[in-house]
Design a protein around this ligand. Structure first.
Ligand SMILES: Cc1ncc(COP(=O)(O)O)c(C=O)c1O
Length: 477
């Protein structure tokens, strides 16, 4: 290493850094099955305070820094890379994508403008076209990769707002259900809509948006001079996994001249499977769609996608120019992502999807997703057979929810018993579940979705559930 210009690493230095990193990564991955799934609680406030540090003026030893990250910091976390992680919405983080990021970041190409890195840009455009193909979108659809579902929902609502309302949108109203992910309300706010313009309608008994309620709300709004504009449906809610009635909502949106935006961040990729295709029927009617490859394509965190059925609407809101910019493309086969999305300079996200798809083919992702659907049904059937439990939400896709059965106890007692049951399961540290409220009832969710989760881990979940139930009721099952 040149002592004076140490950022200019030599090839030998880089190889040594890679080898040292790979040592730790290899150990991390190979010991995953034995690692506790959630050690976040072990990070005391005192310990966290002790981590505050001044900016270093001088450098330190690379291997020691790696050890700090791998040994001292990372273990004190919830571990979504674990096969036992079944909370929130899992994915897992395939290694191929981590490697793709290393390659992309090393190449450091400028891929938001087609003419500057035309071939790599076309590779990312292919990925976007594949996503459109998975979702049954037409050739004129366009889209882009972004950092996650929240930003994709925000861009979706901004696009919808521009297409339906133009610049004077403050009378425009949005319709959705009380089961929609909270990032949609945030997205509406960030898109400039007053909070009072978002109609959060109570979902039906199956936690789905009720088209009749939407129609009533639209009628009431029109009569008071508002401009009904956007309908937001969920294709797989985070709460219970429910899929809103997309065919009916598609018809309603067309009849009422509303933009149909579908948040399919969790559920969308199940359209790769036959069962998913059936559960998600009608999703292709959406004017815009959010997908989260860092959920159900198993990518590491950092990739969401927005797809828009009529690509011109995307360009209409995002296109902007300056004299210092290179020329943009008119060719329909090329995509200037800076003309289709909020970002100009951006990470090259295409490779993290392209590489695993090209290495394994879409069929392998389909097989994994089918496995998740099978395993969710398997655990659902076991839960249905346990008399102490009530299934509150069946597995439409791969999320389901249950609670302690309602006996003579008060709602508060029932809820605290369900919480305690989940705590007992999680305390074993082999699987990790998270809970939610379904109406007034505290529910334990099972979200099957990490790529490393296989049947043996579902067996563990069942074992730990049965043991927790036995100690709950004081009886052996
Ligand atoms: C249905 C749904 N929509 C949106 C989001 C937000 O996505 P992100 O966390 O990638 O911003 C989530 C996250 O879990 C989700 O489950």
């Amino acid at each position: 290493m040149s002592k004076h210009w140490p950022l200019d690493l030599t090839e030998a230095e880089m190889r040594a850094m890679m080898a040292a990193s790979m040592d730790r990564i290899g150990t991390f991955i190979s010991t995953l099955p034995e690692q506790a799934v959630d050690r976040s609680g072990e990070a005391s406030t005192q310990f966290l305070s002790s981590l505050k540090e001044p900016m270093p003026e001088l450098g330190g030893d690379f291997e020691q820094l790696l050890d700090t990250v791998f040994h001292d910091l990372a273990p004190l976390s919830l571990n979504p890379a674990s096969p036992g992680f079944m909370g929130y919405v899992p994915g897992g983080g395939i290694f191929h994508a981590a490697l793709a990021d290393l390659i992309s970041n090393t190449l450091n190409r400028y891929t938001g403008v087609a003419s500057v890195a035309p071939a790599l840009n076309q590779l990312e455009a292919n990925v976007v076209r594949w996503l459109c193909q998975i979702m049954g979108y037409p050739a004129e659809a366009r889209g882009f990769l972004t950092s996650g579902g929240s930003l994709a929902n925000w861009s979706g609502l901004v696009t919808a707002r521009h297409a339906k309302l133009g610049e004077n949108f403050l009378r425009g109203t949005i319709y959705t259900s009380d089961q929609t992910h909270h990032c949609v309300a945030k997205a509406a706010r960030l898109a400039g809509f007053p909070a009072a313009n978002v109609r959060v309608l109570p979902a039906d008994g199956d936690y789905r948006l009720d088209p009749a309620r939407v129609r009533d709300a639209i009628r009431a709004d029109r009569s008071r001079g508002m401009q009904p504009a956007i309908l937001v449906a969920s294709a797989g809610t985070t709460n219970s996994g429910a899929v809103d009635p997309l065919p009916e909502l598609g018809v309603l949106a067309r009849e009422e001249n509303l933009w149909l935006h579908v948040d399919a961040a969790y559920g969308g990729f199940f359209r790769l499977t036959e069962r998913g295709k059936q559960a998600l029927a009608g999703i292709e009617l959406a004017d815009s769609l959010v997908l989260d490859p860092h959920k159900t394509l198993f990518l590491p965190y950092g990739t969401g996608a927005l797809l828009v059925r009529d690509g011109k609407t995307l360009k209409a809101v995002h296109s902007s120019s300056a004299d210092y910019m290179p020329a943009m493309q008119d060719d329909d086969d090329l995509m200037d992502f800076c003309e289709l999305s909020p970002e100009l300079t951006r990470p090259y996200r295409g490779l993290r999807i392209w590489l695993p798809f090209k290495m394994h083919g879409a069929g392998v992702f389909r097989r994994y997703l089918d496995e998740k659907l099978d395993m969710a049904r398997w655990i659902e059937a076991r839960i249905r057979n346990l008399p102490q439990l009530e299934l509150l939400a069946p597995a439409t896709l791969s999320i389901l929810a249950f609670a302690i059965r309602d006996e003579d106890q008060s709602l508060a007692e029932r809820n605290s018993a369900t919480r305690a049951l989940m705590q007992r399961i999680n305390d074993k540290q082999r699987v990790n579940l998270t809970g939610t409220m379904l109406r007034e009832v505290y529910a334990i969710r099972v979200a099957v979705g990490a790529f490393r989760t296989h049947q043996e881990h579902m067996d563990m979940l069942l074992e730990d559930l049965l043991e927790a139930l036995a100690s709950h009721s004081g009886t052996s099952l």
